[in-house]
Design a binder for this molecule. Structure first.
Ligand SMILES: Nc1ncnc2c1ncn2[C@@H]1O[C@H](COP(=O)(O)OP(=O)(O)OP(=O)(O)O)[C@@H](O)[C@H]1O
Ligand SMILES: O=P(O)(O)OC[C@@]1(O)O[C@H](CO)[C@@H](O)[C@@H]1O
Length: 316
């Protein structure tokens, strides 16, 4: 079982327009609403694969709870006042996405404590606890770090996917796995990471600081995993029509954990992770992939990283 924690859940509204024009009245070609928030999305992928999961979040009642139950996920709601935020993605015909994330409900100290205590109460039977996404207003920067510590009271391993000061604090709490993208990792280490060699050096530093596994998603360039067993890179599958990259990183993390909890090696889990991430970008809005959406055979086997790989999109 995997417990996910989403301190700042959302309803994700996706609106498709031919092209975005500032200041104009636009007619949408299509729109949809998905349950959202990074931990929630991890639970959604797990549920789609039939893997047991609990999704812990402040609030998470009303429409969000209805959508989660429809996806086979039992939300575990902790006290919060106010309605779930709506995050809006404006997707143009060429796949360009403009995202506007609302701040979400403000948490008071006792609501923060209730969230952390609820994680502690549910962590014991879990193989993994995943804590992910932004820190809501009112909560401290070390919220994910507190959740890491709370989850550790059981036997669960803990994965973190967040950014900025919250990621720095969480890293100091020593989770078992972190899943930054390149920009998040660069912010954490305080300098740009233009080549794969730079990403590997930063990941190795994190491992040296006590984190077992560093899984870095590289957008269209795939992902790398730096684990005790070794270091591997897998390129992503070329996606002819990118429909929405929203939730691709969450699908990557879920794909990795699904494979690892089934006994796969880190190298094989990386291939499954990339297959899930690539499938997510071909799906609309914050739709997440299930087994029917992924094609493992289209992903190249994991291999030793080519350190000179340019991650800036510019010619070497
Ligand atoms: N343009 C693309 N083409 C093919 N695959 C892609 C593309 N963008 C992303 N992916 C796939 O999705 C995975 C995750 O992408 P990315 O590194 O952008 O995650 P992220 O920044 O954490 O995303 P998010 O925060 O939106 O969930 C990649 O490892 C890759 O497999
Ligand atoms: O505002 P945060 O918490 O950083 O990110 C929230 C969010 O953008 O992340 C998910 C995609 O990863 C979406 O479902 C959701 O809207």
């Amino acid at each position: 079982m995997v417990v996910t924690v989403t301190p700042n859940p959302s309803l994700d509204r996706t609106v498709e327009v031919a092209a975005l024009v500032r200041g104009a009245v636009l007619r949408a070609d299509a729109s949809r609403v998905d349950p959202g928030g990074k931990g929630v999305n991890v639970s959604r992928v797990l549920a789609a694969f039939g893997h047991p999961t609990l999704a812990v979040m402040p609030g998470g009642t009303g429409e969000l709870a209805t959508l989660l139950r429809a996806a086979g996920i039992q939300p575990v709601s902790t006290p919060a006042r106010g309605t779930t935020r709506v995050n809006t993605a404006l997707v143009e015909a060429d796949g360009t996405t403009t995202k506007i994330n609302e701040p979400g409900v403000e948490l008071h100290a006792h609501e923060v404590a209730a969230l952390v205590d609820t994680v502690a109460a549910h962590a014991a039977p879990a193989a993994w606890v995943v804590t992910a996404g932004s820190v809501p207003r009112g909560a401290p920067d070390d919220l994910h770090a507190r959740i890491v510590t709370a989850a550790r009271r059981g036997d669960a391993r803990v994965a973190v996917d967040t950014s900025g000061p919250a990621l720095a604090a969480a890293v100091a709490a020593g989770p078992d796995l972190v899943k930054p993208n390149v920009a998040e990792l660069a912010e954490l280490v305080g300098h740009p990471l233009p080549r794969l060699a730079d990403v590997l050096a930063a990941a190795a530093d994190l491992r040296g600081g006590g984190i077992d596994t560093v899984l870095v998603s590289l957008g269209a360039a795939g992902a790398v995993v730096v684990a005790p067993e070794g270091t591997w890179h897998t390129a992503s599958v070329p996606v002819t029509a990118v429909r929405s990259t929203v939730g691709a990183g969450d699908s990557t993390l879920a794909g990795y954990l699904l494979a690892r909890t089934s006994g796969a090696s880190p190298a094989d889990a990386l291939v499954h992770a990339v297959a899930c991430g690539a499938a997510a970008v071909g799906l609309p809005g914050t739709a997440v992939p299930g087994p029917a959406d992924i094609d493992i055979s289209s992903v190249k086997p994991a291999s030793a990283p080519e350190e000179s790989l340019d991650l800036t999109g510019e010619a070497a």
